[in-house]
Structure formats: C-alpha cells, structure tokens
Design a protein around this ligand. Structure first.
Ligand SMILES: [Zn+2]
Length: 490
C-alpha cells in the first residue's frame, strides 16, 4: 500500500539521508535525590534508553532537589516536584492530583519542534526554563514526573473511581478532565525534553521512530448473538433492512435457521473475522486476534474456547495466514493473578498442541477490565510478554499518554516489570455504545479515528485499533473501519 502524505514519520531524516540509520550510542549520567529512586530509575530508563537510545549511568543520593542530566561538562536540570511529593505519601490520592493546570507555551520558548500543539499542560512544577551563561539549562516543569504519572497510570493506582465493571472511567482521568485525552501528552513532553536536551547538546542524535497501524480483534463471539434470541434477530433484520444491506439480512436469517437446526460455523461473526483478516492482508498489516482461554464468567465470556475443534481449525488458519494470536483473559481474571496464570498456561498448551509457535505472547483483558493493583503483575508472573489492554472502554485516546510500546511499572511492588505495554488507542465500541460516545458509524466517527491515527503516526507510535468481528454487519461499519485503516475519510 502506498503511504499517504500525512504519514511522514516523526524523526525521519532530511531528504537524502537514510531514515533507518541509527545514531551511535551516546552516554549520559543522571543524578537524582533518593526520593522515589526506583520510579525515577524506571522512567529514566524508558525515556532515555528505550526512546532516545542513550546509555545511562545513574547516581542516586545527590543533595540537590532536582534531577540533573550530565554529558561532558554541560548539564540539564529538571524539576522533581512530583517525585518529592509522592515519596511522602506513596499511593495517596493527593499525590495524584495535579498541582498546576497551567499551559506552557513551549513553541515560544523554542522547545516546540516536532510538536502538533504550541502549548502543553504542566500538572507538576511550573512552566518555563532558564539558561545560564555556560549554556546549562534548567527546566522548571516536572517533565519526568509527569511522564511517569502518565505511563504508570499512577492516578488509577491512587484513586477509587470505578464504573459498573470495576474499570477506571476514562472520563474521570486527568487528560479527559483537561479535554485532552485525544492528545498523547506523555509523547508531547518527551519531545519537549528532547528539544531541551538538544538546546544543551546540539550534537545529540536518536534513532528514527517509524509509526505503524495495528488492527486487532477480540474474538469474544463467533456466533451471532442475535441468532440466539428471536426478538434480537427481528431488531437485527430491521436494522439491516434500513441500512439496505440485504445480503447481510439474508445471511443473518440463514444463521437463525442454522442455529435452530443445531448450530453452524457459518455465521456473520465468523465472516466478520474473515473480513478483518482480509482487510489487514490487503494493507500488508499483521492482524492480532485474541481468544478467551478459559471461562471465568459464563454470562460474559463469549461463546468459543480454544479447546473447541472448530476454534482450533480457526486458530491454525489465522496462524497460517501470518497473523498473531493473543490471549484474552476472561471477565473475572483482572483481580486474580491465579486465574490469569491458569488461562495463559491453558492457552499456551493449546497453541503448542496445534503446533503454533509465536515469538512473543500478547494479551488483552476482556472488557478491558484492569485492576491497577494486580493485573500487570499477574500478567508478568504468567509470562505474558506484552499487554495491549490500556485504552479506556468509555473513551478513545491515550490512556497512558503514549502510543509507543514501553516496559511497564508495578506501582504496588514499586519495581519495573518484564511485561511491556502496547497501549490501545481506539476501540469501535467506545464510539458506538449508547452508554459511551453514542456515535453512528460514518463520517464523524471516521474523522475522529483518522485524527487519532494521524497523531500516533506523527509521534512515531502505533495506532492500535480494536474492531470486534461481531461489529461488521453493516456497510457503514465496514466503510468506517476502512477509513480508519487508510487514514482517508470517505
Ligand atoms: Zn473481549
């Protein structure tokens, strides 16, 4: 597929240079006081090593108040107000409440290169920088503390807000309260930090970062739920007739007949899965298809298990076509690491029996249910390599402030995990559910999805889109999905 003009990768080199060329590894020293030493160490590792490709040497226990970055005989000092405060009462709600809600005009300070917006919100520390006569820079905003706040989901760890499924509501988040959940606020601050570093060390280089699109599907249902209940089927047929999708209406009627005659694999949800694979393949994308391994809640855990012979055939086909198969721990797993471990082990065994070998095992929680005290550590202990849960069910956007994959942090054990997070940016149901944004499929939804996609790619991240196989039953749904995948509003 040709790359539209808006997909020029962030960090791409100027014309004539090789965009894949990596800069030589550079080394910096980071000196910081003892407060929140583990947290500072983790966020420094994620930002400076994972994102900037720098080698870092850390010195803990300095007497100054800020975080000092040294390279050669020059230094950059950052405020550490968030960490100072959090260290006094780790996990308390007041430490997760922004101190300032001011905007910093980083463009006016000459720190706005590569950013899509002139200003960034500063919840901890104060806007502004100072430069001394030697060229050393001091940033008064707490950049690393705020990046930690976003990536670690510290506010969810501290605050009790939950919806009827026990999930932290997106609308209660700091970013949503600012009206900025559709901006990758951590990625923006990482760019500001990079620009500040380049102010001190103009010769610094970092690896180029290539954005991409990832289409994923949680295969909760393989049978059309409407076919289970005549009243639901009548509503479905009415909806399809109004949209003029007579072919789907005929298919749905056949599915009801098949269901009444004892069940069949040929149903709209199964065809939805086929469509998603086809849509991914047409665009040279590797789809990710997640399956619930064990039943943890009979009413909510869908209608298929990997042990079912028909599902086994399907898993083999998905793998043979080059897509990824992920585990989708059931509804009642989020608070129970033992249930996660059991599901993951069952899933691994099933894949091994089918001869399916994959390099990494990815996971996403069913219903996006996530306990900030237990789920990440549970997935880590179960040997999952990368989780892809962290988007909000009720709002699309940047739950972790980023669309980049990163190593996760356990706020309970106060330690980095081996588990990585590839955040979920958009789920179709967040737009379509009457309880959430209540959009109709069509132009408005496509425009919103394309803008999120543009922002992910601009910052070199991954536009991760979740589209369920059971949500492709009308032409408008299908054309909205295609618009999001192509970045072109019809
Ligand atoms: Zn699910």
């Amino acid at each position: 597929m040709s790359v539209p003009r808006d997909e020029r990768r962030f960090g791409e080199s100027s014309p004539g240079s090789n965009p894949l060329e990596r800069s030589p590894v550079d080394r910096i020293a980071i000196e910081h006081p003892t407060h929140c030493a583990a947290e500072v160490g983790w966020v420094a590792d994620v930002v400076f090593r994972e994102r900037f490709g720098l080698e870092i040497e850390t010195v803990v226990g300095t007497s100054g108040r800020g975080i000092c970055i040294r390279r050669g005989d020059r230094k950059l000092t950052l405020s550490a107000e968030f960490f100072e405060n959090a260290d006094r009462a780790w996990g308390s709600a007041e430490t997760a409440t922004e101190v300032q809600s001011g905007e910093w005009d980083v463009a006016a300070e000459g720190l706005g290169e590569g950013l899509l917006h002139r200003t960034v919100p500063i919840p901890f520390g104060r806007p502004g920088i100072s430069i001394d006569e030697c060229g050393d820079v001091a940033v008064r905003a707490d950049l690393l503390g705020t990046i930690f706040f976003h990536l670690s989901r510290y506010e969810e760890f501290c605050r009790p807000d939950r919806d009827q499924h026990g999930r932290f509501p997106g609308k209660a988040s700091y970013a949503a309260r600012l009206g900025m959940l559709d901006r990758p606020l951590a990625d923006e601050l990482i760019e500001v930090l990079w620009n500040a570093m380049r102010r001190v060390w103009p010769d610094l280089r970092r690896p180029t970062s290539t954005g991409r699109v990832e289409l994923s599907c949680d295969v909760d249902w393989l049978y059309d739920a409407a076919a289970m209940r005549p009243a639901a089927m009548i509503r479905r047929l009415g909806s399809l007739a109004r949209s003029g999708d007579w072919g789907a209406a005929v298919e749905a009627s056949r599915d009801l007949a098949r269901r009444c005659a004892g069940g069949s694999r040929a149903c709209p949800s199964r065809r939805g899965l086929e469509r998603l694979m086809h849509d991914a393949e047409r665009r040279d994308l590797r789809g990710v298809f997640n399956f619930i391994p064990t039943t943890t809640d009979p009413d909510r855990d869908g209608d298929n298990r990997p042990g079912d012979p028909a599902v086994a055939t399907l898993l083999s086909e998905i793998h043979r076509r080059g897509h990824e198969i992920g585990v989708h721990p059931g509804y009642a797993s989020a608070e129970h690491p033992d249930v996660i471990a059991d599901g993951v082990a069952t899933f691994r065994r099933r894949l091994a029996e089918l001869g399916i070998e994959q390099g990494r095992l990815s996971s996403r929680q069913h219903f996006l249910r996530w306990c900030p005290h237990r789920t990440a550590a549970g997935l880590d202990a179960a040997g999952v390599d990368v989780d892809t849960t962290l988007g909000f069910a009720d709002r699309p956007g940047f739950r972790c402030g980023t669309s980049h994959e990163f190593t996760m942090y356990d706020c309970v054990g106060r330690r980095p995990l081996r588990l990585r997070q590839r955040p979920l940016v958009a789920m179709e149901w967040s737009y379509l559910s009457p309880e959430h944004l209540a959009f109709e499929p069509g132009r408005r939804m496509a425009t919103a999805l394309c803008e999120l996609r543009r922002r992910c790619l601009h910052y070199g991240g991954t536009f991760t889109l979740l589209w369920h196989n059971s949500m492709l039953f009308s032409p408008r749904l299908r054309s909205t999905l295609h618009a999001a995948l192509d970045g072109v509003v019809p």
